[in-house]
Design a protein around this ligand. Sequence first.
Ligand SMILES: [Zn+2]
Length: 323
Amino acid sequence: METTLIRKLACAVAVIALAGVAAHAETTAEILSRVDARKDMTRDVSRQIWEWAEVGYQETQSAELLASTLEKEGFAVERGVAGIPTAFVASWKRGDGPIIAILGEFDALPGINQDAVSSRSPIAGKAAGHACGHNVFAAGSLTAAISVKEWLERTGTAGEIRFYGTPAEEGGSGKVYMVRDGLFDDVDIAIHWHADDENSAAARTSLANRSAKFRFRGVSAHAAGAPEQARSALDGVEAMNMMANMMHEHIPQEARMHYVITAGGLAPNVVPDFAEVFYYVRHPETEGVEAIWARLENAARGAAQGTGTEVDWEIIHGNNPLW
Ligand SMILES: [Zn+2]
């Protein structure tokens, strides 16, 4: 089942990539049979990345497995691009032709671990897992990139095929830093996909988003013995959340705003001097995110002022929409 799925995905990506440069006639069936010939490698890489289940920016083994496999296939690999240890670009070139990029993600999700069975069955000792199939994504793209390279080689076609090892898709926006460093500037086409339960072209957009951790700092004291001396950082978080929840009624309906409290104190009888809330804001347009974001920052400032606490925030990630 897993092998069949990855095979189909690798084939689809390779065929789409080749559609742009197919100056030489070679039937889809021939290309598929060559992808098929690599099914054991594809399955093994997918399974290994699934086993490692490394979270964003810590995908050391997964990135190295992909990079070294591509190197063995004749690709030139540049590791640690954009200042990210697990980001890499592998390329193979013949003459001057179009530059085709195939993206590969390989990060796992924290807090999710699951055995390969259909009922809930966490694996003891594992803190993360591949919930949405980035292991399949990486292995399928790997085989597709190698297949395109072989096709260019075999047919003598001019062109360049690149595999972009893009870390931290899950909330880390690894690609943003790679784009900012100009790594995609000369690319003619970038092929991106995601594992799903069917093969189809997803002609849909994704929302622009921005996230930040808002950190409130107050004064701790015993909650019964000297509450008047305390200023609760958790009050700051709760006041901010209350304003944000009221704001929900007055933002465009296509916007999304959600949060989790990532620190809120340790015991009810100790007024917390530190609390943190992690926010996401999403909207179809970047400008829409920015407008809501400015109001959210005001809510944070107001919450701090009203509760006698201080607040600062760290932007965690930001993306333009995918059109
Ligand atoms: Zn995913």
